[in-house]
Design a protein around this ligand. Structure first.
Ligand code: PHE
Length: 457
């Protein structure tokens, strides 16, 4: 049964898993996606709902995924197959693997921009004061150039492939330990500059004063999707990472830390972006370009701005990299466990797929007109991928995972796993209630609402 277990890597230490899982969770979702999704959905009220979803849905599903992974010691497809050998449950794993490739494809486009902005900042492109109009022009030229866009996509997938080919544990563990705290420090410095800009107040109000009248069903669905995306839930990333977790670790405590770090970074990113945005008179609903347009306008106003700016984009690149690694790792673990491929060819094959699938996304910011604004839908290809893969697919996945753990694997099964080696199952009763009732019902209700109101996006 345990055919692949001898090849299975393991995290080197207890904190190793928390750091790697936090590395997967903390990424562009926190710093790129959270502020613009919040901006498009009315600000503070959205943030309140977001935090509720992290606590009531994100946290329980995270525990469920890690427990499934650690119990089965397999990739998502194999894990479902092992716990429930008959029936259709492995399809949930397949959905996860497909979603992994899908997210990896467009996520790497944005991550490539981040790397490009690092180089740009380093070369002094933002050392002069810039108006927001100028910043928008720079951004549009950068992302609208097909060669630059595809080139950066290629580079970034290459970085990811190289790390995953070499195996994950030691390298990644060591890196995230240094880089994550550094990201936090830089985030804090830039945030302090942002909140002390003249005119920052309006941004803080937008971010902190909830106006619940702006919350419609679409915004609530977005908040749920964002929570799952940001925590890397619903597609088996935490099942895969959980499969390398030692039996002595307390899953509840580890999951708690990951959720805490992830939410902290997202909230901080809001404090960084909104004050600067309002101070510069930009539109909070302007979409995926938000971070890239807003930040360069404040670099010239900080001592050593180019230095901090370059540092920031470099660390954002690294944060994105620790996320793409987890996305690719899901698909590689699947090929290695189930198809008996070796790690290197599996990583190479899957990253080629992601690269090819990423090309239309890379061209959807002016590179090719019809991809930038697709007929009838009116959205760009990347936006569409982001909505379907990064929102709906994860939501369906999280729904099925909570049903699986709540009713199929059952409480006795998961309890035995969590309580291994004498670990305490903190909040067990609350958790049971959440995973069996709140998670599936809330997720289902949101879905029905979207379908009935045709509020797809
Ligand atoms: N959580 C990552 C982020 O916020 C994105 C991600 C989603 C990574 C799903 C893995 C799985 O950037």
């Amino acid at each position: 049964m345990q055919q692949a277990s001898h090849e299975r890597e393991a995290w080197g230490s207890r904190v190793g898993f928390v750091l790697a899982a936090a590395g997967s969770a903390v990424g562009l979702g926190n710093i790129w996606r959270f502020p613009y999704v919040t901006g498009q959905n009315g600000g503070a009220a959205f943030v309140v709902i977001y935090i509720l979803f992290v606590l009531l849905i994100g946290m329980p599903v995270m525990v469920a995924e890690i427990a499934i992974g650690r119990h089965a010691r397999r990739n998502p497809v194999g894990a479902f197959r092992k716990i429930a050998p008959k029936g259709l449950w492995p399809l949930v794993g397949f959905l996860g693997v497909a979603t992994g490739i899908g997210i990896l494809s467009y996520y790497s486009v944005i991550a490539g921009w981040t790397f490009g902005y690092f180089i740009k900042t380093l070369l002094g492109a933002f050392s002069q004061s810039m108006t927001s109009e100028q910043s928008i022009v720079v951004f549009n030229q950068f992302v609208g150039n097909p060669l630059i866009a595809i080139g950066h996509l290629f580079l970034f997938i290459l970085f990811t492939a190289v790390v995953v080919m070499g195996g994950v544990s030691a390298g990644i563990e060591r890196w995230v330990k240094i880089l994550m705290p550094l990201l936090l420090v830089l985030l804090l410095i830039l945030t302090i500059r942002s909140v002390t800009l003249e005119g920052a107040r309006k941004g803080l109000e937008f971010y902190l004063k909830p106006d619940f009248s702006k919350l419609d069903g679409g915004a609530i669905a977005m908040a749920l999707g964002q929570a799952l995306f940001s925590l890397s839930l619903g597609m088996g990333a935490m099942i895969t990472y959980g499969s390398y977790v030692g039996k002595q670790d307390n899953i509840i405590v580890s999951a708690g830390w990951v959720c805490f770090f992830d939410t902290l970074v997202a909230i901080l990113a809001g404090f960084l972006i909104f004050p600067a945005l309002f101070a510069r008179g930009l539109d909070p609903a302007s979409g995926p370009g938000l971070v890239f347009v807003v930040l360069p306008t404040i670099f010239a106003e900080i001592p050593l701005g180019s230095f901090f700016g370059a540092g920031f984009f470099l660390l954002l690149t690294v944060a994105a990299l620790t996320s793409t690694i987890s996305l690719l790792e899901v698909t590689v673990a699947y090929m290695v466990d189930e198809k008996k491929w070796r790690r290197k060819p599996a990583a190479l094959f899957m990253s080629c797929l992601a690269f090819l699938l990423g090309i239309p996304s890379a061209l959807s910011f002016g590179g090719v007109d019809w991809l930038s604004r697709m007929p009838r839908i009116g959205l760009g290809f990347l936006d569409l991928m982001n909505i379907f893969m990064g929102n709906y697919s994860l939501t369906i996945g999280a729904f099925l995972i909570s049903i699986f753990v709540g009713y199929k694997w059952g409480m006795a099964g998961i309890r035995a796993e969590v309580e291994q080696a004498g670990a305490v199952f903190f909040f067990r009763k609350t958790w049971t209630f959440l995973i069996r009732f709140i998670c599936p019902v809330a997720i289902f209700a949101i879905f029905v609402y979207i379908v009935v109101t045709k509020n797809y996006f």
